[in-house]
Design a binder for this molecule. Structure first.
Ligand code: MEV
Length: 296
């Protein structure tokens, strides 16, 4: 029998990096999904995943699942994706969560969302060595989430009418490298970095309210402030800064990088009538606009 499951990608709205150090973040799902199909075979464990460059997430998920639930791994797994892993939209976490869900269906094991999160987070830590688990939480729970490191708090937020224009900088970021590199720098000046994280954390708390109240002007200003603090952390790039600047000049409420920085994507919050103008401003400086729905 062939079993299917899928999970969505994500976009960080507020609080990246600080969330690795015990602070909250806000993250939302995007419409593109990663799909997983599993079936039992009589032979060895096999993966057919032409779009996945890094098979370690699928391999580690199968290993952890089979160990925890004491089932064998004589299975064939196929995965395919709506989106390229180059954008940093969370294809690794989505494939991890979709694999856990597919395996639980295949072996008819009842598994709670918290169990999916815990197993998925373990996989991320085993493979990457670092990470807050925010992406696993988003792929597991869906929607827009207020999240604290390691899943200490996972709170769903009701956000309606948010319009984001998303720009890809053209460079794939290496999240593990950027997170580990920041960790080294924090080692040398802990207090200074803690102060920045405290400020980011305050922004996240304010954004939690403004997002739910659909107060886009305040949310946009908070995005600009969050971006400045990410610049101070040294994780932005010239291209990301420029894309944020042109988006704001074209009428966006605010803009910031989204994710680890060092490349990947920026997001800008816009009113519906400004979407085209903001998109053009990003394209004009050679950014790539990615069309996805959010808060799925
Ligand atoms: C990367 O998309 C976001 C970081 O905060 C890392 C993490 O939370 O796992 C930089």
């Amino acid at each position: 029998m062939n079993i299917k499951a899928s999970a969505p990608g994500k976009l960080m709205l507020f609080g990246e990096h600080a969330v690795v150090y015990g602070y909250p973040c806000i993250v939302t799902t995007v419409s593109p999904r990663v799909y997983v199909e599993v079936e039992k075979t009589s032979g060895q464990f096999k993966i057919d995943a032409p779009q996945v460059k890094d098979l370690r997430f699928v391999e580690e998920t199968v290993k952890q699942f089979c160990e925890k639930y004491k089932v064998d791994s004589k299975i064939l797994i196929k995965t395919y994706s709506d989106f390229s892993s180059k954008f940093g939209l969370g294809s690794s976490s989505a494939v991890t969560v979709a694999t856990v869900v597919a395996l639980s269906k295949l072996y008819e094991i009842k598994i709670s969302k918290k169990e999916i999160f815990d197993l998925g987070y373990k996989v991320i830590l085993n493979v990457q060595g670092v990470g807050s688990g925010f992406d696993i939480a988003t792929a597991t729970y869906g929607g827009t989430i207020y999240f604290v490191t390691g899943g200490k708090i996972i709170e769903q937020l009701i956000v309606k009418g948010m319009h984001l224009v998303i720009g890809y900088s053209g460079t794939k970021a290496d999240t593990s490298y950027i997170v580990k590199n920041l960790e080294l720098r924090i080692h040398n000046s802990e207090l200074e970095h803690r102060k920045i994280f405290e400020k980011i954390s305050k922004i996240v708390e304010e954004a939690k309210i403004s997002l739910v109240n659909a107060d886009w002007k305040t949310t946009g200003e908070l995005m600009n402030q969050n971006h400045k603090l990410l610049q101070e952390l040294g994780v932005s790039t010239e291209k990301l800064d420029k894309m944020c600047q042109v988006a704001v000049n074209a009428g966006a409420f605010g803009a910031k990088l989204s994710g680890a920085g060092g490349g990947d994507c920026m997001i800008s919050l816009v009113s519906e009538d400004k979407i085209k103008k903001v998109e053009s401003s990003i394209i004009n400086i050679c950014g790539e606009v990615i069309h996805v729905n959010t808060n799925i």
